[in-house]
Design a protein around this ligand. Structure first.
Ligand code: AGP
Length: 616
């Protein structure tokens, strides 16, 4: 999960690359570096730490070149050190390389290269690939082809097992850059006489909205005069230039303190954008243009399978609840990383969904590929146009919430909840849901943004609670039915941005073990919605209270709890079952956010994490 940037053009590359790295830093922030090809040499600056550390280091150099590469790292092979930071230079000093991914057979290649006299300064797999390119350059005569640099990279990649998004410079190839991808995202920004290669659009949107999304197995050769794309097998590729639909301001903080705050407060608009144009004219059902499935084909479906990771997996669990409740179809949800190897029996009329904000999560991509290999139609709920999952799915639905920069998913998560609810409605109305029930459901979904706005008004109250609970080292999140996944999500949010241990559990399940954790040192967050199980949840709360456990209760407005049962109460508006998970998510997003702030944690770039998990 690293961020890579490359530039070939007329401007000084250093500042453009640094700006790109700042925008990609959410993808990995252990170390950063850049290398410019200038004056016939590869000039390098790289440091452990954030991009801001690199900025200071670069200021000590005279970087005036117009061709360069840059990288911000999430460590896979080798610790967080200056030596392990990218770019890496081959031991003959002729090539510089940056890499996002994992070279799985790096040890065998390294052993071979050591016998050929190549030396290594780092513990990384990336440096091995850099020396392998140098080896091919030294070994093979110039065949007079279009580009020797391109051919050396191509030959080296043919020996690689694993994943890569790379960019390569060669000291003998001024104004040339070669980039290639396999399972790690890479796109080419086509500017005015300049070209920018990057892991995602946020690094180049300030210079161009014209992009070419590279596909697996493709290599792009860039010179000052233009670019060509070919495959590992040397086939020519006709590039398709797409236009990015969002602007640089979407990826900027504006007046917010951090991206997580911005994206929490963007949720009402994000939900409106997710729904926009996706309800039927008669207002009784949802309409999805990109499923590539007719109503008749959908009616043949007798089972859903969802695969995802992290928060997206929680969203799938809510979708399961709503599809089973309203469409009366069985749904199975699996971690993408588990599905890949479980070899679960899928029957013929299973509709397979993957859910992924980034569209690049490698486990989810692999689950998609495994399902397609088995002949299943795979649909994707995804937020990034042109992402690997978007391109490889047989159809799907874009979330349209704009770039989500904060590592902790917020607006993308509630958008996924909404799309799951809309999918449940769509299928239900193809089956047994009445017109009137459909209209009620649609109206409830349309009201969701305002209910989120109303719940966001609780922020000061939730902030005060968060500050009272920031000192605990263990917190339970307890919910039932469609709010059990929101308990999981609340626990994940707290863990990933405040580093407090938290667990999500079905509320009634807590007495089968986890209640042993309860004492005055381990508070619980309960979701207590109005409805059939309100009293059951109150009973679970009593069991906690009897053991001196403090309780934060997220309660539907108007529902009275027994006096003294909850230590803190956060009211949420009464709402339709399909909207309840969305509304109930907001308090736990804010709770974890304010606890993390109180603990002075970096909510946008939590330790050890990165926004898109593109390594296994
Ligand atoms: C969510 O807060 C986490 N950052 C993480 O669990 C994330 O949801 C997961 O990695 C899946 O990412 P995706 O939606 O981009 O596939």
């Amino acid at each position: 999960m690293c961020g890579i940037v490359g530039y070939v053009g007329k401007q000084k590359a250093a500042s453009i690359i640094l700006e790109g790295l700042k925008r990609l830093e959410y993808r990995g922030y252990d170390s950063a570096g850049l290398c410019l090809l200038q004056g016939g040499q590869l000039d390098l600056a790289k440091k452990a730490g954030r991009v801001e550390v690199l900025v200071k280091e670069v200021a000590r150099h005279r970087f005036i070149g117009t061709t360069g590469i840059g990288h911000t790292r999430w460590a896979t092979h080798g610790g967080v050190t200056d030596a392990n930071a990218h770019p890496h230079i081959s031991s003959d000093g002729k090539f510089a390389l940056i890499h996002n991914g994992v070279i799985e057979n790096y040890a065998q290649i390294k052993t071979f290269l050591l016998t050929k006299g190549y030396t290594f300064k780092s513990e990384t797999d990336t440096e091995v690939l850099c020396n392998l390119i140098a080896y091919h350059y030294a070994k093979e005569p110039d065949d007079g082809g279009a580009s020797r640099l391109l051919e050396c990279v191509r030959k080296a990649l043919r020996h690689v097992d694993g994943t890569y998004g790379i960019a390569v410079l060669g000291v003998d190839f001024p104004d040339e850059l070669v980039a290639a991808r396999k399972a790690s995202p890479l796109l080419l920004g086509v500017g005015d006489g300049e070209y920018i290669i990057a892991s995602d659009a946020s690094a180049l949107i300030s210079r161009t909205q014209n992009v070419v999304y590279l596909k697996d197995g493709e290599l792009v050769h860039i010179t000052a005069a233009g670019f060509t794309i070919t495959t590992l097998d040397q086939a020519d590729v006709s590039p398709v230039v797409d236009k990015i639909t969002w602007t640089i301001s979407d990826a900027e903080l504006g007046s917010h303190a951090n991206f997580m705050e911005k994206e929490i407060y963007e949720q009402p608009v994000a939900l409106e954008n997710t729904m926009r144009g996706r309800f039927s004219e008669d207002g009784s059902t949802a309409n999805f243009g990109g499923l590539n499935l007719s109503a008749a084909e959908l009616r043949q479906i007798d089972r859903f399978m969802f695969c995802a990771c992290g928060s997206a997996w929680h969203a799938c669990l809510v979708a399961e609840h709503l599809i089973e409740r309203y469409a009366r179809l069985p749904v199975e949800v699996d971690y993408a990383s588990e599905f890949r190897y479980r070899n679960s029996p899928l029957d013929r009329n299973t509709l397979f969904f993957v859910m992924s904000q980034s569209g690049e999560t490698i486990d989810t991509l692999a689950a998609l590929r495994e399902a397609k290999r088995k002949g299943y139609r795979v649909l994707a709920i995804n937020n990034v146009v042109g992402s690997s999952i978007a391109r490889e799915a047989d159809g799907g639905v874009y979330q349209h919430v704009g770039p989500e920069i904060g590592v902790a998913s917020t607006k993308a998560f509630t958008s996924q909840l909404l799309l799951g609810a809309m999918m449940a409605l769509y299928v239900a109305r193809l089956r047994d849901m009445s017109f009137n029930d459909g209209v009620q459901y649609v109206n409830a979904l349309k009201g969701a943004p305002d209910l989120v706005r109303k719940t966001l008004l609780q922020a000061p109250h939730i902030k005060a609670i968060a500050e009272r609970y920031s000192g605990y080292s263990d917190i339970l999140f307890l919910g039932r039915l469609s709010l059990f996944p929101i308990a999981l999500e609340g626990a994940l949010k707290l863990k990933e941005i405040s580093y407090i241990h938290a667990e999500g559990y079905p509320a009634a399940e807590m007495k089968h073990g986890p209640i042993a954790l309860i004492s005055e040192k381990c508070p619980s967050v309960f979701f207590v919605p109005k409805g059939e199980i309100f009293n059951k949840i109150v009973s679970s709360m009593q069991e906690i209270k009897a053991r001196k456990g403090k309780i934060i209760a997220i309660v539907t407005e108007g529902c009275e709890l027994p006096a003294g049962l909850a230590d803190e109460v956060i009211p949420i508006p009464d709402c339709h079952e399909a909207v309840l998970p969305i509304v109930a998510t907001v308090p736990v997003q804010l709770l974890s956010y304010y606890i993390a702030l109180k603990l002075k944690c970096d909510v946008d770039k939590p330790r050890n994490l990165a926004k898109s998990v593109t390594v296994e």
